[in-house]
Design a protein around this ligand. Structure first.
Ligand SMILES: C[S@@+](CC[C@H](N)C(=O)[O-])C[C@H]1O[C@@H](n2cnc3c(N)ncnc32)[C@H](O)[C@@H]1O
Length: 196
């Protein structure tokens, strides 16, 4: 009898030992960084350059703006706030996605933008009419066949600082920002031709 009671007590304390830390450790488990290639380090685009990228793309209310490697979400959020455009941002850093969601809420555009913890290389961009990039040249080149295959003709790509290899941009915008730094933006237009 005593042995049975002892066994039950032991099982109960073991169960508590295993379950309690799980409950108290945190309400939601922290999101994990997906196993994905690092396409660029986090360097946010200054706000004035964001605005210029959206102007170069000719963003309007009817657009869906995807930012691949969205950081704190400033590009889709600005497109939503300024033009009423819808937006999607993907990033592999959970901290960035948390910031983007908080920034969308603060800007009152949560209903227009979505942020996902996702690899840009496996993101379906077929729903985008504008794609923005601030990634390294080699990363833009990795994305080029994916973007040119999936984007509908007339969709625009605006790349900050780094272009898309030997694909000649429709327009390039070169200027010096408020902090005296040289900036270069490139505008490409999908035309149905897949570019490897
Ligand atoms: C230079 S920052 C640009 C941030 C934002 N687009 C902007 O212009 O302010 C590049 C971002 O790409 C993200 N990134 C790097 N590799 C990625 C990948 N494979 N998929 C999605 N995001 C990625 C980084 O975490 C970083 O936030």
């Amino acid at each position: 009898m005593l042995t049975t009671m002892f066994r039950i007590a032991l099982q109960l304390s073991l169960a508590l030992f295993l379950v309690v830390p799980t409950i108290t450790a945190g309400q939601a488990p922290a999101a994990k960084r997906p196993d994905a290639p690092q396409l660029a380090p986090y360097v946010p685009t200054p706000q004035e350059v964001v605005e210029r990228m959206l102007t170069l793309a000719g963003v309007s209310k009817s657009d869906v703006v995807f930012d691949l490697g969205c950081g704190d979400g400033r590009i889709p959020i600005t497109a939503a706030k300024k033009y009423g455009a819808r937006g999607v941002g993907v990033d592999i850093d959970p901290q960035r996605i948390a910031e983007a969601n908080a920034n969308a809420k603060a800007a009152g555009v949560e209903h227009l933008v979505t942020f996902k913890l996702q690899d840009a290389m496996t993101t379906d961009v077929s729903g985008a009419s504008v794609v923005t990039l601030y990634l390294l040249s080699a990363s833009n080149l990795k994305l080029r066949p994916i973007l040119t295959r999936q984007l509908k003709p007339d969709s625009r790509i605006v790349a900050h600082s780094f272009g898309m290899g030997d694909w000649t941009p429709e327009k390039a915008d070169s200027f010096t920002d408020a902090e005296g730094r040289a900036r270069m933006l490139f505008l490409y237009r999908a035309d149905g031709q897949v570019r490897q």
